[in-house]
Design a protein around this ligand. Sequence first.
Ligand code: ZN
Length: 431
Amino acid sequence: MDNHGQDMYRLAKRLFPICRSITGDGVRDTLSILGEIVPLKTYEVPTGTPVFDWTVPQEWNIRGGFIEDENSKRILDFAWNNLSIVGYSEPVDQIVSREELLEHIYSEPAQPDAIPYVTSYYKRRYGFCMTENQRNALGNGPFHIVIDSELKDGALTYGEIILSGESQQEILLSTYICHPSMANDNLSGPCLLIYLAKMLSELPRRRYTYRIVFIPETIGSITYLSKNYVHLKKHVVAGFNISCVGDDRTYSYVASRYGNTLADKAAKNVLSFHAPGYQAYSFLQRGSDERQYCAPGIDLPLCAICRSKYGEYPEYHTSLDDLTLISEAGLGGALEVYWKCLMGLEHNYCYRVTCLGEPQLGKRGLYPTLSRKGSANEIRTMTNFIAYADGTNDLFDISNIIHVPVDRLIEIADLLRAGGILERMPEARTG
Ligand code: ZN
């Protein structure tokens, strides 16, 4: 497969400076750049639209903001770092005392060099984020504080790509596009997903239809589900919430509500070979859009594979989650894992051997007449595959039983089917 590590990292670098939020022009600009790689359709859902138990909020845009001290020296500027203003801050232009300013300052004492990421989507307020060291160095004031932002009736914007397959059954791939300048959470998600979409779009044939969505987290998945959940419940056979997939440290898996869907099966199988030391989290440690996709009554078969998972690494939701935290290799590795899951799903059938007793591989050219180093292993894998191809095991089951990765089993299944000694069972579900 094409690794795309460099492409994904370059894209993350390009998208990094944009100030995204759950609504606004940062989301539109981000979708427009992603759309250069694979065309996507954007949707605008108006402010005030009821979506399940929520309402689409006002749209927020920001042009700038700063704090100046008593000598008119600028001590904080949105242009230096877009985490410096609390997301969804209402506009302000005031001279304030030190005490009053401190009520609107957010910092993180445990990480004195980090600017924390803070938002206030559903309560109107304004605020500034700075490092603990900056906060401690504040003078006596007074201070001139400015936030040049706008809250107005507008829209919530999201993007969607549908790649049709032979079946109307769907695989759902979702990521969020609502964080300002942070790399692992969350630019790694959209950068990986758009290249995954590109690879899927280039496949000569697709068994499944792929539904690929770029939405703001939480309110976006709720909005998307409220418009589409009846269709999704009928058609989606597996899905993944793609987030925090850029660093090099570890692989993580976040289970669906009961951890027993086809997506969970694919994720656990692929990770067990690609990254056996991966960290498994149950649904009790959920935190992203799986909260909506797996909610009671929605119950889509969706889980997540991450590198360092949201909430579990020190730089999470701070200015330290920058472009130095993610890497071409980190992104490339996660892309490979997702690709293996999807290709496993594309070839996932229950298989059955067509004859009684062991088939004679030699007369079909499947048994090497030349014995060489390694050939015994290959034959063993083939005969082990056949030994469990009794019509009840799917590709992931056989992989788990005989300890061989699915990408290798896909090649063997093709060989055995071409030799006429293996068949796919009819699918239980049809789209
Ligand atoms: Zn986040």
